[in-house]
Design a protein. Structure first.
Length: 101
């Protein structure tokens, strides 16, 4: 491996690692302001939107495919399922839907 490639890899590693490590080192859970905690609780639902919404508009053979997936994801998120549960429920519902139609 060339010297410049090693430096590039090391730099990318540091830039990726620092934002993940610094909050764990310098912040304690009891010192996080309640307003920031509320924002952080909504991050999984923002990620859900980034994962599910594009799939709604890229229809399968049937436009109802996107509607069924969105409705299932919305219901699971409304029932306070975590991100993995919401995505898993959507996948299961779409698997059942595609099996019968």
């Amino acid at each position: 491996m060339s010297h410049s490639m090693f430096l590039l890899l090391a730099g990318m590693s540091i830039v990726t690692y620092l934002p993940r490590m610094l909050p764990l080192v310098f912040m304690r859970a009891d010192r996080i302001p309640p307003r920031l905690q509320a924002v952080l609780r909504n991050v999984p639902y923002a990620a859900l939107g980034a994962l599910i919404v594009p799939g709604i508009f890229t229809f399968h053979e049937d436009p109802m495919f996107g509607v069924v997936g969105a409705a299932t994801a919305g219901l699971a998120a409304y029932l306070r399922g975590n991100l993995i549960t919401v995505v898993g429920c959507s996948i299961a519902a779409l698997s059942i839907y595609s099996y019968f139609y």
